[in-house]
Design a protein around this ligand. Sequence first.
Ligand SMILES: NC(=O)c1ccc[n+]([C@@H]2O[C@H](COP(=O)([O-])OP(=O)(O)OC[C@H]3O[C@@H](n4cnc5c(N)ncnc54)[C@H](OP(=O)(O)O)[C@@H]3O)[C@@H](O)[C@H]2O)c1
Length: 267
Amino acid sequence: MKFKDKIVLITGASSGIGEAATIEFAKNGSNVILVGRRKEKLLEVEKKLSKNNVSTFVCPCDVSNKSQVKEMCKIVLKKFNRIDILVNNAGFAIYGKISDLDIDEIESQMATNYFGMVYCIKNFLPKMLEQNSGHIVNIASVAASFGLPGIASYCASKFAMLGFSEGLQHELKGSGVRVTVVSPIMVRTNFFDHPSFDSMPKHSATSLSSESVAKAILKAANSSRLEIIVPSFIRGAVWAKHTFPYLINPIIGSSFKKQLESYKKSK
Ligand SMILES: NC(=O)c1ccc[n+]([C@@H]2O[C@H](COP(=O)([O-])OP(=O)(O)OC[C@H]3O[C@@H](n4cnc5c(N)ncnc54)[C@H](OP(=O)(O)O)[C@@H]3O)[C@@H](O)[C@H]2O)c1
């Protein structure tokens, strides 16, 4: 098995996509390190892994906090002395117009979604380079390719993640360390429980299950590609946006703007 006995660290392992990915890696024989802020939730997920006969380790940490990430990395490397796969999955969004959000709300999304990833990579990359092996899997979103009204600051954090990953992938060529981004469309998780989404539809008919995204994450952890979009046919929409931006952007923009306007009315 490709993932047997690998040391895999997943941020945001206490819920949704991160939880499903943790379970999938453990099913495939990986030893998993569960990172997130809520220790009790991480312990609940860890309990579900007991039948898999793998090592598990819960390490509570707020990834937006530079010194907590440094400490978490120290603890993990002291215990395992290696890291094979780092999944930067912790993230959230606050819905609303930029003119209505305050600066702290905008900064907090960047702090977790983008800088949380940067801190984890900066702390674990030296070990991967020393090992001449490792795979970093960053969970972005299709929002890394479309700037959407209502989630502009979230989109910015995911665009940043994708750009950082692309540059890093070039830098790491020949080092044995790889980077792959997983970009899903809407997924049925607790992501939309944030109060800013209160009057929004939580899921659509096309929403994915977190289990299907987890499978894509394992595929990504064994892939040389920069980005895996889930489902794959959405790649066509991204291609169309980059190829015919003057045609596609107004269509997408106005449909999301309508949603934003109706959200405002219902508030
Ligand atoms: N759901 C979607 O439609 C969708 C679509 C595309 C991409 N994504 C991305 O997928 C990732 C996972 O989201 P999800 O849908 O699984 O949402 P979720 O169920 O709300 O899970 C988010 C996870 O991130 C963790 N987290 C949040 N802030 C954190 C912080 N500062 N430090 C450490 N952990 C933190 C949470 O754990 P704690 O609260 O315990 O810290 C939780 O485990 C996110 O990056 C999101 O942007 C989601």
